[in-house]
Design a protein around this ligand. Sequence first.
Ligand SMILES: C[S@@+](CC[C@H](N)C(=O)[O-])C[C@H]1O[C@@H](n2cnc3c(N)ncnc32)[C@H](O)[C@@H]1O
Length: 313
Amino acid sequence: MLAFLNQEAFEEKKFMTEKTPICDYEGSDYRTRFWEGQGRDYEDQVERVALRRLMPARGGMLIEIGAGFGRLADEYRGYDKVVLFDYSRSLLREARQWLGDDSRFVYVAGNWYQMPFVNGLFDTLVQIRTLHHAADAPALFQELFRITRPHGHYVLEFASKHNLVAMARYVTRRQSWSPFAPEPVEFVELNYDFHPRWIREQLTSAGFTSGQMLTVSHFRLQPVKRIVPLRLLVAADSFAQLTGNWWQLSPSVFIHNRRLGPGETAVPGQFFACPECTTPLETRIDNSLPCPTCGLRWRVEDGLYDFKEPLFT
Ligand SMILES: C[S@@+](CC[C@H](N)C(=O)[O-])C[C@H]1O[C@@H](n2cnc3c(N)ncnc32)[C@H](O)[C@@H]1O
């Protein structure tokens, strides 16, 4: 018989452990406000070019961290199982509505600092346009390392502070922070830009081996996008991306990482783990996944695995 944790005991425990702030997109109109008809076809296409260059085209298990409404989900056709992971239930529901009943997709809501998966589960991890919301990137990298299989791949995109526009603003004194300083800058609350060198160092500290870098979105300027035909801009950016190993002056950088060396591979059949205590969750009871160790229960509803808040009723 499982002993469930009551709400009071959980709140007390949460108070003691929850520390890193989260940028909450619950109920956000991100898709229509930022992408649909908003003149960002260039950004979308050059990100796909970089992703195809760095991500293995085929594999077993892939997770996209901060997948939002599933904008890039069609890039994962070569994978057997694809986890779309995000903190926003509403964006994941949009993804599910859009992708239909394709059983390869698993929709999981949760916090990336406490991933609800067993160790060594994923062959490939992808994270694009989300690191700028990470107040504690080193903690996130450690957590992602834990769920990566030995020899697994982690393709990360991040917003780079070391870009030409930021440099021009800094030297003309229109910006106070230095694009050359290694530490992250919080330019708006819970929005960070990172230095490529600092990111590499943090990935290495977490255990990853970083490889190729691609610089992306070199021509992200309204007047340029208005005048130059999209195909030409995408072709020019695709070419310029390849200079990323030598210098990084664009606002967006992709980096390919691997988990090399020995490590744990997930036991076949195990998948979810309790985000509070990392115990594998093997038994589903009705619409919940109970944790046999800490007694928390996690909701499963309308195809969404919800690890944001435990169930108490
Ligand atoms: C700018 S959107 C990008 C969405 C998607 N990657 C794309 O490029 O279309 C950032 C996403 O990060 C998610 N996010 C932010 N903090 C998170 C956290 N702590 N855990 C999981 N997801 C988070 C948000 O919910 C949001 O969907």
